[in-house]
Every structure is written in structure tokens, then in C-alpha cells.
Design a protein around this ligand. Structure first.
Ligand SMILES: [Zn+2]
Length: 335
């Protein structure tokens, strides 16, 4: 992902940084349901991906990781399909894309309910273009936080889904490819637009085509949640601008749930600038309201110090952070 180039929005948002006043009387707040989620298990799923090496599209590590994720989700009872296609990348070349799509069915009594879309990206950035040392920039990043962390949480969500006493709505887990192939900093050739999030652009366009064609298999979604960089011990998730613009009621729901669970330090009430991430295309092309839970900070790049460097390895992953994010997701999809 990258910062939006809508600089005017950025400036406006910085000026509008707001702190929550928290005026809702607590006595009217319903209790949060008890949920189960293992941060240690999610951590193991993150490590399982990172062990393949950088999951750069076209490499054996990428291929083997798709197999690992797909088979693991199938063992948990998910129906898994790989959606493929070709998308133009930053330099005008065609890029093969493989999105992993997993369906977790509702109990038969709830078959008519709208689904929830949970998503993350599993590819690794091919370049460490935020490294200070130029010689370090041309090799791929481990992508433990930037990619694998969100996938690890959602794999554990799938495992817990099978253990729930009642499944009140279908859940689709979509793991996008080629999120992180956006124009590298060192590229000086002709610039193309929309070079990030290639997998979610493809998925969203296919979703629209299938809906327009009246395909009875097309899933109807209530809302979506995207996880990106959700593993740092000090992760903080501000209310991202596009999420507020397109899916405000779900931002309110998720952040309020997190506050009730004692995670207000993680799901902070700050409203922050726009991020061009997979949710942008799910919102604008597929028109599914989708919230981005993403760790970003006031810094030169707008992201944590390890972002798009070789330091984005397992040392940046905390089972505790994964557990807090996972527990919030479990509550939101269990209601
Ligand atoms: Zn990235």
C-alpha cells in the first residue's frame, strides 16, 4: 500500500485530527460476546508463510505459499478457489494474479444472510525500496508484517469459525495477490496509475461483472474488513480516511467494539489521512463498504520504521497484537 497522492486531502485530514470525547453512556452498551482466538496460532500461520521466503509473484515461494494457505484453509472446512487473471503493472507489462478465495458457510438456518468479506494480501514487495542503502533496495522484503500478519489472523479466524457453536452469516476470506507491486521509488520510466493493489482491482472488477450478469453464485456482502500490517507490538490503527468516507458505520462498529474489549490503545480514535490499499478498490469498484485496519504513524513515510525494508521480519510480530485484532474480528462476525 502507499499513501494517497491526494495531498489536499492529506492536509485537510492533518488539520482535522480529532480526539474522541467518548460521550456514550456505558450503561446502554450491550455486552461483547465471548469469543475464542489464539494469538499464538495466528503467529504460527504468519511464521508458516514467512518460512517460504519472500512471496514475490512468479517465484516458487509464492506458489508454495498459495498451496500452504489453500490447503490449510480447506482442512479447516473452507471451500477454496484460486481466482486468476492478468493485470497491467507499473511498467506496462502484464502481471499474472492469483487471489485466494475461501468461503466459510453459515449454518443452514442462516443461509440467506449477507456475507462478511474479510481480506488481506499475501504477496511480498519485490523491492526493499525504503532501505537507506541503495544496494539493499533491489531485493524483496520478508513481508512478515506487510502481508503475512493479516493473512495469519484470518487463517486463525477460519480455524475458530469451525469451532463456533453458531455461525450466523457466511464469511468470505479473500487473500489478494500483487498488492505490493506498486511503482518502485527508483523507477524513472513512464508512470501508470493504479499500480498498487492489482489483485483487489481484478477481484472487484470480476465481482461487478458477475453481479451485472445476474450470476446467481454472486455473493451479497454486508460489509468488508481489510487487515494490513497488524502484527507490530506497538501497532496502532487510526480511523483511515477512505474507510470513514465509504464505510463509516462499520468503522464506528469496529472501533467501538474494540474499545469495549479494552483495546482503545490499539484502535485509536484519531482520524487519519487516506491510504491507497486494497479496500479502496473494494469500495470504489465493487461498491462493498470496506474498512482498512492498518498500522500507520506520523513519520517521514507515514508507516512504521520497518516498512518496505528487510527489517519487516518475524521480530516485528507480536502474538498479543494478532490476538487483539483477531478477537475484535471474531466479535464482529459472530454478531
Ligand atoms: Zn507494502
Amino acid at each position: 500500500m502507499c499513501l494517497s497522492n491526494h495531498k489536499y486531502i492529506l492536509l485537510a485530514c492533518i488539520l482535522l485530527l480529532l480526539a474522541s470525547c467518548g460521550g456514550t453512556p456505558r450503561s446502554k452498551t450491550p455486552a461483547v460476546p465471548e469469543v475464542s482466538f489464539s494469538g499464538d496460532s495466528a503467529y504460527a500461520y504468519v511464521a508458516g508463510q514467512v518460512a517460504f521466503g519472500p512471496r514475490v509473484p512468479g517465484t516458487d515461494a509464492h506458489h508454495d505459499c498459495v498451496q500452504y494457505i489453500g490447503r490449510t484453509l480447506e482442512r479447516m472446512g473452507a471451500q477454496v478457489a484460486i481466482q486468476t487473471g492478468e493485470v497491467m503493472r507499473y511498467d506496462g507489462e502484464w502481471q499474472h494474479v492469483a487471489n485466494i478465495c475461501a468461503h466459510l458457510p453459515a449454518d443452514s438456518a442462516y443461509q440467506g444472510e449477507k456475507a462478511v468479506l474479510l481480506c488481506a494480501h499475501y504477496d511480498s514487495r519485490p523491492w526493499a525500496d525504503q532501505e537507506d542503502d541503495y544496494a539493499q533496495r533491489m531485493s524483496p522484503i520478508p513481508g512478515a508484517n506487510d502481508g503475512a500478519s493479516g493473512v495469519g489472523v484470518l487463517m486463525e479466524v477460519a480455524r475458530q469459525w469451525a469451532l463456533l457453536g453458531e455461525r450466523k452469516r457466511p464469511v468470505d476470506i479473500v487473500l489478494f495477490d500483487c498488492e505490493d507491486m506498486g511503482t518502485p521509488q527508483f523507477y524513472t520510466g513512464k508512470q501508470h496509475e493504479h499500480t498498487w493493489c492489482l489483485g483487489s482491482q481484478l477481484w472487484s472488477r470480476i465481482y461487478v461483472q458477475q453481479s451485472a450478469a445476474g450470476n446467481r453464485q454472486t455473493t451479497s456482502y454486508a460489509f468488508g474488513i481489510l487487515l494490513d500490517m497488524v502484527g507490530d507490538p506497538n501497532a496502532a490503527f487510526p480511523r483511515e480516511y477512505y474507510s470513514e468516507q465509504y464505510a463509516k458505520r462499520y468503522v464506528e462498529k469496529i472501533w467501538h467494539t474494540a474499545e469495549q474489549m479494552g483495546y482503545a490503545h490499539r484502535f485509536v480514535s484519531t482520524q487519519a489521512y487516506p491510504i491507497t490499499d486494497d479496500h479502496y478498490y473494494v469500495n470504489t469498484i465493487a461498491k462493498i463498504p470496506c474498512v482498512d485496519i492498518i498500522h500507520y504513524v506520523p513519520s517521514d513515510t507515514g508507516f512504521p520504521w520497518w516498512w518496505h525494508t528487510h527489517a519487516d521480519d518475524m521480530s516485528t510480530i507480536s502474538p498479543n497484537t494478532l490476538q487483539e485484532v483477531g478477537r475484535v474480528i471474531m466479535v464482529v462476525i459472530s454478531e
